[in-house]
Each structure stands twice: as structure tokens, then as C-alpha cells.
Ligand binder design. Structure first.
Ligand code: NAD
Ligand code: GLY
Length: 371
């Protein structure tokens, strides 16, 4: 067990406020769920990888609160973040006669969390749900803030809803079974908080990246808590992304193009975001906002975290054009104008359009020369 004191972070959203609990030995402790509204049944939504590891223990804990606890295991992977998988959740809810008080528990990474949240937003026009994130990425980002979605073949997270969970239970012990590649992917969303909001945290990461990669309990606890605090601050000010919240998409305009262009699941979301941050930082430098030293620091930390810093070729004959076409489908685009999260100065981000010529130069400079 990771023996740490219980840490909590609050998301302040009036009647949609909730708490993130962070520690080891949490997800299978019945006390973690003691304050939730009463209901006759619960549904654990997980996948075929995480379910065999953790679903039985969660079910046992939940049976102290709900007479019936069902489980549905979705196929694993970004490629399955689809209508078909979503329907498996609705099938389970209906087959088990779940009513509108039934609580859904998302046990897994961001894919399971985003789909469970969307299913909860839709079933009977809205049922409560709890996030039990088991990847670093989900603990530091996707389980917090109420963005839920599935992918469309033409664009990432294009079909979804804002729908907040009742609680987030981040059990640091679950990170012990996470593959190293997935830990690195989660670090992309951790590193992003530095350039957009907190360069002291960035410096801490530079100094402690080895401890984080070695999964030292105190380092992981700090990473999850500080990331959640920053996300809570942003979401508390702009829940529905009318402005500020878009800064959380640093690296995502380029990154989503990589994910969609290669086919969902080829690069992990965090890998695409890591490389996308390098590209967005280079664009920020070309526009005169940050200097080469900042771009070098960021690129070095992303590489040290085990993430790619060179972008893939998406089209052998019109690579930049292909990137531009895919980025035109980004949710931040307005009237066809692509918007980027740019670093105005280290620790402060802005959302702006950029001249196509500069964007193409960045794509050319960052793209790996071989396919
Ligand atoms: P994921 O959900 O696919 O999980 C990664 C892999 O790790 C999967 O194979 C999963 O089965 C496995 N896994 C999960 N927990 C494990 C554990 N404890 N031990 C062993 N294996 C485990 O990917 P992810 O990186 O967690 O999430 C990426 C998704 O999150 C993307 O779809 C992205 O769009 C979304 N996202 C959403 C938000 C948001 O605000 N809602 C923010 C960032 C990312
Ligand atoms: N991960 C982006 C957001 O939550 O807004």
C-alpha cells in the first residue's frame, strides 16, 4: 500500500461541487463511497484489462451501499471510444432494470471515464456517476471537470456533454499495475500544467522526473494533487470552456490531428499531446512569445518523460496540408479558423489563431523525415 495521508481537492461549482480524494487503498474501501446518495443499484463500467484487476474488489466495497452491483466490461482502447461501446453501457443498464437513481462507477482510464460520464449524462436524461480513475492521465486530468465524450471517425471527442461526477476517487495504488508507456502518456497532461499555469511545478518536475518515473509514492501523490489543484482552479472559473478552460488544451490542437491522422489508438493520447506541446511551443517561439531556452527546457522534459518529440508524417505528399485539414476539425476552431493554445510567457497561456505559414513551418520542422 502507498501509505500517505488522505489529500482532498475541491471542485467548486455551486450545486455541482465535488471532492477529489487522493491516496493509496481508497478504491476498495467502502468508506470512500459512504457519502454518496442512496440507491438500489450501481453499475461498474470498466474494460477487459482493468476489470479483471480491480472490478471484484470495487464490487465488494460497493455491496455495502447498494443491494445490487452490476459490472459491464467494454473492449479496451481508444479505438473503442465509440457509439457501439456506449450502447453496451445502455444495454447493461436496461437489462438490469436500472432506474434513474442508479449510480455509475467509471473504473479505468480516460476512455472508460469519458464514456461512462457520457452514458450517465444520457441515461434517463441523467443519472449520477463517480470517477474511479486508474491511469495517471485520468487521475490528473480526465476524471476531473466533467468533460465526457466519444470519438467520431472524423474527429476526437466530437460527440459528448459537460456532466460532472459526484466524486473522484484517485487510488495511487492502482498506478502500480500501469504499463510504463501509459505512465509516460499521463505525464504529458501533468507537464502541460507548468507552461500554462505554474512554472514552479514545472521546475519541480524537472528535478523529480526520475522519482515520478520510478513511481515513488510521495512523488506520485504530489503530481496528482498539484495537477488536480490547477485543474480545479481552471474548471471552477470556466466550467463550460467559454474562455480560460481552453488553456488545458495546450498541445492538443496538433495532438488531436496526430491521433486522428494516424487512426485512434496508434499513438496514445498522451503521446500525441506531448509531441503537440513541442509543436505549440515552437509556434509560440516563432510568434515571438517565448525564447529558445524555454522551448529547449520543455522539449527536454517531454523527452525525459518518455514521450515522442518528433511528429509523424500524416501524408507523404501534402503533410502540412493534412495537418491543417485535421486541425480545422478541432473544437476550438471558429468559422474554419484554427486556434492554438500558445505560451505567451512561461506559466501563462493564450488561445489565438496563427498565420498558416508559421504553422506549416512548425509542422515541417517537427515532422520526422521518414515514415
Ligand atoms: P485509456 O483509458 O485507454 O487507458 C490506458 C490503458 O491502460 C488502457 O489499455 C487501459 O486498459 C489500461 N489501464 C488503465 N488502468 C490500468 C491499471 N491501473 N493497470 C493496468 N492497466 C491499466 O487511456 P488514458 O490515457 O487513461 O485516457 C485517454 C483518454 O482520455 C482519451 O480518450 C482522451 O481523449 C481522454 N481525455 C479526456 C479528458 C477530459 O477532460 N475528459 C482529458 C484528457 C484526456
Ligand atoms: N482536458 C481538457 C479539459 O478538461 O478541459
Amino acid at each position: 500500500m502507498i501509505s500517505q495521508d488522505l489529500q482532498t481537492v475541491s471542485i467548486d461549482l455551486a450545486d455541482r461541487s465535488y471532492t477529489i480524494a487522493i491516496r493509496g487503498s481508497l478504491f476498495d474501501n467502502p468508506l470512500s463511497y459512504a457519502q454518496l446518495p442512496k440507491a438500489a443499484s450501481a453499475l461498474i463500467v470498466t474494460n477487459t484489462t482493468v476489470g479483471p484487476l480491480y472490478a471484484e474488489r470495487l464490487q465488494k466495497a460497493l455491496l455495502l451501499h447498494y443491494a445490487q452491483v452490476h459490472t459491464v466490461a467494454l473492449p479496451d482502447g481508444e479505438a473503442f471510444k465509440t457509439w457501439d461501446s456506449l450502447n453496451l453501457i445502455f444495454d447493461a443498464l436496461l437489462q438490469h432494470g436500472c432506474d434513474r437513481k442508479t449510480v455509475l462507477f467509471a473504473l479505468g482510464g480516460g476512455v472508460v471515464g469519458d464514456m461512462t460520464g457520457f452514458a450517465a449524462a444520457c441515461y434517463m436524461r441523467g443519472v449520477p456517476f463517480v470517477q474511479v480513475p486508474t491511469t495517471l492521465l485520468a487521475q490528473v486530468d480526465s476524471s476531473v471537470g466533467g468533460k465526457t465524450a466519444i470519438n467520431h471517425p472524423l474527429g476526437k471527442n466530437m460527440i459528448g456533454a459537460f456532466y460532472q461526477p459526484l466524486k473522484v476517487v484517485c487510488d495511487l495504488d492502482t498506478l502500480k499495475t500501469l504499463p510504463a508507456r501509459e505512465l509516460s502518456a499521463g505525464l504529458a497532461e501533468v507537464i502541460k500544467y507548468g507552461p500554462i499555469a505554474d512554472m514552479d511545478f514545472f521546475a519541480w518536475l524537472e528535478a523529480n522526473i526520475d522519482a515520478v518515473l520510478a513511481r515513488e509514492p510521495a512523488a506520485l501523490a504530489h503530481v496528482v494533487r498539484r495537477s488536480c489543484e490547477i485543474k480545479a482552479w481552471v474548471v471552477g472559473l470556466d466550467e463550460r470552456e467559454s474562455g480560460l478552460r481552453a488553456i488545458l488544451n495546450f498541445g492538443h490542437t496538433f495532438g488531436h490531428a496526430i491521433e486522428a491522422g494516424l487512426g485512434f489508438g496508434t499513438w496514445l493520447h498522451g503521446e500525441a499531446v506531448g509531441c503537440g506541446m513541442v509543436m505549440a511551443a515552437q509556434l509560440s517561439q516563432r510568434l515571438g512569445y517565448v525564447d529558445a531556452f524555454f522551448v529547449h527546457r520543455l522539449t527536454a522534459l517531454i523527452a525525459k518523460a518518455g514521450l515522442p518529440v518528433q511528429a509523424p508524417v500524416l501524408d507523404a505528399f501534402g503533410n502540412a496540408a493534412r495537418y491543417l485539414a485535421l486541425m480545422g476539425l478541432d473544437k476550438k476552431a471558429e468559422a474554419g479558423e484554427i486556434k492554438f493554445v500558445l505560451i505567451e510567457q512561461p506559466g501563462r497561456a493564450v488561445v489565438r489563431a496563427a498565420p498558416s505559414a508559421e504553422v506549416c513551418q512548425v509542422i515541417d520542422a517537427c515532422t520526422a523525415k521518414t515514415i
